[in-house]
Every structure is written in structure tokens, then in C-alpha cells.
Design a protein around this ligand. Structure first.
Ligand SMILES: NC(=O)c1ccc[n+]([C@@H]2O[C@H](COP(=O)([O-])OP(=O)(O)OC[C@H]3O[C@@H](n4cnc5c(N)ncnc54)[C@H](OP(=O)(O)O)[C@@H]3O)[C@@H](O)[C@H]2O)c1
Length: 334
């Protein structure tokens, strides 16, 4: 079955996820959709110093939005900020240094942000990683899961109250079409069993993001949630984590602007706000979150178990009294 899923996914990809796929899809775009000003609206973008996140931050800054760049590396963040400010002429671009793999730090950041800022209109969960080896973060969580799933979960969950009181609030998750080859696996979130295949762990985390988006949409009707696939985009993540794929695809990969297009459309356009919350997008259109006959749908019990496990993990952190948050003896999940 997984061979079937991988083959269908790759064939789909060659037609749709490439630069040509974008060019074909973009013929149906309405250019008026992005003819908006978002002065006074604020946007948080994780991983905003590189690739799709940076192109998104640039596009939003050009439309006048206040941009909060959440990055882990200060130098890279400052360099990107300078570029964005210079090219857009918008000085409302702020940097927050947070490592999304450090769950406790993500939560501390979100709590501090809520105290400092009166509103947040759009949260874009873009930062992501594909790791080769199984490593743990300070809390004992496997790092791919910690970054791609737990970081997204705790940041979003913590910011929901702030988003809820802001006008036209939206949450966007940059997932991946790679998730189509995975069914949610609820019995091994930390990838403790068997061989650690970083590519499949990444795809599993991306499936988790899509499930989270659907669940959040049901639980929070005031906020518009969406997840999306950017296509195959020429970014450092692809060249470093999948060098052979990067080499093989070469010029067929999308530019970062093409990869960011649907993120920007979901963040800015009125048309996106009219779509149903919780949907998975590709090239400004809702697309199925499952391949035909791939048996990747989860039961209500599996989804409930997944959500409960995330809530428990977050609860361990959130139950720590403030005084202990920065102490060397951090909560250990495992
Ligand atoms: N490129 C593609 O073909 C493709 C396809 C499907 C999905 N995606 C998704 O698109 C998103 C953006 O990736 P990209 O392709 O634009 O790659 P990229 O240019 O390498 O950008 C990834 C960003 O995430 C940041 N990041 C990674 N781990 C982090 C952490 N622990 N804490 C904070 N920031 C962290 C990186 O920071 P540093 O610069 O400091 O490393 C960088 O800013 C990812 O979620 C990825 O899974 C990409």
C-alpha cells in the first residue's frame, strides 16, 4: 500500500507540484484577490528568515501589514528583516527569537506575546524541519515531532485567545503534500519504534498538522483555519535535507514566491476567508487531504487519542509554576 501511495503521490507531484504545475494553476487565479491593503493588521510568521516564510513576510510587508518574524537565528533574522524593510519600505517588521523545537520556550514566548500585544490577526505556522537522526529536545520530545507538531500545537493553542479577540482572525499551517503518503499513527508519536526514517517522520508530522487544522476549525468557529501544500520549492530545506531530489528536480522546482503564493492568498484575501475553515489547499484551491484508495483516513477514536496526547504533553508544561519555568530541572515527557 505504501508503494502505491508513494507512486501516486510522485506522479501527482510531477504534474502539479512543479513550477509548470504552478504556472498552469495560476492561469485560474483572480489577480484582484491580492489587491488589498492590510495596514493595521498583524501577522506572525514562524521561520520567516528563509524560503517560503521569508517570501510570505515580504509579500505581507509590501501590503502594509505588521509582521512578527519568529526565527531561531538572530543574525539570519536581522539580515532578512533588513531586506524586507528596505524592499517594502515598511518598518513594522519585528523579530522574535524562538527555537520552535524547544516546547517550553515556545510556550513562554506565546504567553509573553499575549501580554505585550493587544491583537494578532493572522498566525502562519511555517517553520519546519526534516531531520536525519532521532534526537530529543530539552523536554525529551523527538525533535521533528517537537518542531513540526508540538511547536505548532502549543504556539497556536496559546495564541487562540488573542486571535479570537482580533478582527477576521486566521491560522495557516504550511504542511506538505508529502503527508498524503501517511495515515495518522497515534501509537508512536515520538518515533520510538523501529527504524527512524526522517522523511517518513516528517510526512507523518505533516499529516498531524492537517488533522490538527481540521480539529481546531471544529473547536474554534471564530477563527479561520487552513493548511496547505506549497508545491516543490527550491529552498535550503530541500537542498540540504533532500539533496538528490533537489538535484533531480533542478529547474522544475518552484521559486519561493510561487511556493508562498497560496500562503499569502490565505493570509490576505477576502476570497480565502469565504472558504470553509479546516480545509487543505494547493494553488489557492481546496484539494483532498487523502489520495484515492490510500486508506489514510483515521477513525474518530484515533483522532481523539492524538488530540488527547497533545493536550497531555502541553499540560505537563503548562502546569509548571512560573518560578520553575527557567530552572535547570525542566519537565521531562519521557
Ligand atoms: N520547499 C518545499 O518544497 C516544501 C514542500 C512542502 C512543504 N514545505 C514546508 O514549507 C515550510 C518552509 O520551509 P522552506 O521550504 O521554505 O525551507 P527553508 O527555506 O529552509 O525555511 C525553513 C524555515 O524554518 C525555520 N526553522 C526550522 N526549524 C526551526 C526551529 N526549530 N525553530 C525556528 N525556526 C525553525 C528555518 O530557520 P533556519 O533558517 O534558522 O534554519 C527557516 O527559517 C516548512 O514547514 C516545510 O516543511 C516545503
Amino acid at each position: 500500500m505504501s508503494l502505491y501511495r508513494n507512486a501516486v503521490w510522485f506522479l501527482n507531484g510531477i504534474h502539479q507540484y512543479t513550477r509548470k504545475g504552478y504556472e498552469a494553476a495560476s492561469k485560474g487565479f483572480d489577480p484582484q484577490d491580492l489587491n488589498v491593503s492590510v495596514v493595521g493588521r498583524s501577522f506572525m510568521i514562524t521561520g520567516a528568515n528563509s524560503g517560503i516564510g521569508r517570501a510570505t513576510a515580504m509579500a505581507i510587508a509590501k501590503k502594509g501589514g505588521t509582521v512578527h518574524m519568529v526565527c531561531r537565528n538572530k543574525e539570519k533574522a536581522e539580515e532578512a528583516r533588513m531586506d524586507i524593510v528596505n524592499e517594502s519600505g515598511n518598518t513594522e517588521v519585528h523579530i522574535h527569537i524562538v527555537d520552535m523545537s524547544e516546547t517550553l520556550k515556545v510556550w513562554e514566548f506565546a504567553e509573553a506575546f499575549k501580554k505585550q500585544y493587544p491583537s494578532l490577526n493572522v498566525l502562519i505556522n511555517n517553520a519546519g524541519c526534516m531531520v536525519r537522526k532521532r534526537e530529543l529536545n530539552a523536554e525529551g520530545l523527538e525533535k521533528s515531532f517537537a518542531t513540526n507538531t508540538m511547536g505548532v500545537y502549543i504556539l497556536t493553542q496559546s495564541l487562540i485567545p488573542l486571535l479570537q479577540k482580533s478582527r477576521d482572525p486566521r491560522v495557516i499551517i504550511v504542511s506538505s503534500g508529502g503527508m498524503l503518503v501517511q495515515k495518522l499513527r497515534v501509537d508512536d508519536l515520538q518515533s520510538e519504534r523501529g527504524y527512524f526514517d526522517g522523511v517518513m517522520v516528517y510526512a507523518q508530522n505533516k499529516r498531524q498538522q492537517v488533522v490538527l487544522t481540521q480539529q481546531w476549525a471544529k473547536a474554534n468557529p471564530v477563527i479561520h483555519f487552513s493548511s496547505m501544500h506549497p508545491g516543490w520549492v527550491d529552498t535550503p530545506a530541500v537542498s540540504t535535507s533532500m539533496p538528490q531530489f533537489h538535484h533531480m528536480m533542478g529547474e522544475r522546482l518552484r521559486s519561493v514566491e510561487q511556493g508562498a503564493d497560496t500562503v499569502v492568498w490565505l493570509a490576505l484575501s477576502r476570497a480565502a476567508a469565504r472558504t470553509s475553515s479546516g480545509t487543505f489547499f494547493q494553488d489557492r484551491s481546496p484539494v483532498p487531504a487523502h489520495l484515492p484508495l490510500a486508506w489514510t483516513r483515521s477513525s474518530a477514536e484515533e483522532i481523539q487519542s492524538f488530540m488527547a496526547q497533545l493536550e497531555t504533553l502541553a499540560g505537563v508544561i503548562q502546569s509548571q509554576p512560573d518560578a520553575e519555568l527557567n530552572s535547570p530541572s525542566r519537565p521531562q515527557f519521557v
